[in-house]
Write a protein that binds this ligand. Structure first.
Ligand code: NAD
Length: 309
């Protein structure tokens, strides 16, 4: 399969590496020139459980690429989606499928502005990765991926993509309810990422706070109410179990959140697509979400005042 990874940071590079290693024709498209040049000159270096590998893989700024991929896998941060799609406009023919595996709420709405709705696949993945330096990425453990077509019924293309992923060990399955999975992941990230970022501490440390339930329960309840207004049903006990599950240090509890790293490096975070999206949707349905409102503004304030972080 001919695959373009649109946004080849940590996750895009990891998925690009896995799909390329399984024999697919993969191009990494990215706007970060230093990263693209490093891959072009020295190859993509991938650090993983069993050592380190360097592969020769095509990389380009989207503006300079004129191939015809069957599928685009969007792996920019949520706030970069629109810019990336804009820069890829000349590549997005009528038959091209776009898959988003990004975190946050609202990615599909942005893609819908530029693509026929029936060409959009969406999903979530529990794979993880870390960018070490331009041209070098670390693959963190393994994971699972679920994918679904949002509108339409192109089962053949979807199953072909799932098959391609499974041949690359991406452990993919057809999602039964991808909007629920996207909301669940957004809820999880909306609770944990801002708290870790504000406290400048690990998930395990946050979970060690004796009255943590008094903070996470109202946050989760607010998100469940907004999700319900969007006809997505989340179960409170299930959400709380997912969140408490990662407080255990053996379940990634010792990791700092990516939001923390973004603020520390003076980069914008995905908060507009997490707590910010909850607040925006809540206003539309006249729902009060004071806990999410506060977290949204505290992180937005940190973004604006990052040098003192
Ligand atoms: P990333 O920040 O590594 O990369 C996103 C984009 O930012 C890429 O285009 C990258 O080239 C660019 N970028 C990264 N560092 C840069 C720098 N120093 N200067 C200039 N540009 C830079 O993002 P990611 O972690 O791969 O995440 C992509 C999407 O996948 C997000 O929606 C994220 O929430 C989601 N996600 C991430 C993980 C993870 O483990 N990283 C896991 C699951 C989902």
């Amino acid at each position: 399969m001919k695959i373009a990874i649109a946004g080849a940071g940590a996750m895009g590079s990891r998925f690009g590496f896995m799909l390329h290693s399984a024999g697919n024709d993969v191009v990494l498209l990215d706007m970060w020139q230093e990263h693209v040049r490093a891959i072009q000159n020295k190859g993509l270096e991938v650090v993983h459980d069993s050592g380190q590998e360097t592969i020769t893989i095509e990389a380009s700024h989207p503006r300079d690429y004129y191939g015809k991929p069957d599928v685009f896998i969007l792996f920019t941060k949520a706030m970069q989606t629109e810019d990336m799609l804009c820069k890829c406009q000349h590549l997005l023919g009528a038959d091209v499928k776009v898959l988003t595996l990004q975190n946050g709420l609202g990615n599909i709405d942005v893609i819908e502005q530029r693509m026929p709705k029936e060409n959009i696949f969406a999903g979530v993945t529990t794979f993880a990765a870390k960018l070490l330096k331009p041209g070098q990425v670390e693959a963190l453990g393994s994971g699972d991926t679920e994918i679904m077509q949002i509108y339409g019924n192109d089962t053949e293309a979807l199953l072909h993509l799932i098959d391609t992923f499974n041949h690359a060990n991406i452990h993919a399955a057809l999602s039964q309810d991808v909007m629920k999975s996207i909301w669940q992941k957004a809820a999880f990230n909306s609770v944990l990422n801002p708290l870790c970022t504000l406290m400048q501490n690990t998930v395990a440390a946050i979970g060690g706070y004796s009255r943590i339930d008094q903070l996470i329960e109202p946050l989760v309840e607010e998100i469940i109410t907004v999700a319900k207004a969007e006809e997505v049903i989340l179960e409170k006990e299930n959400m709380l179990r997912m969140i408490r599950g990662v407080f255990d240090p053996s379940m990634s509890g010792h990791h700092m959140s990516s939001m923390y790293h973004d603020v520390k490096n003076g980069r914008k975070t995905e908060v507009d697509f997490l707590n910010g999206a909850i607040v925006e949707k809540a206003q539309r349905y006249h729902i009060d979400v004071p806990y999410n409102h506060m977290l949204y503004h505290l992180i937005s304030m940190l973004e604006e005042t990052a040098p003192s972080y």
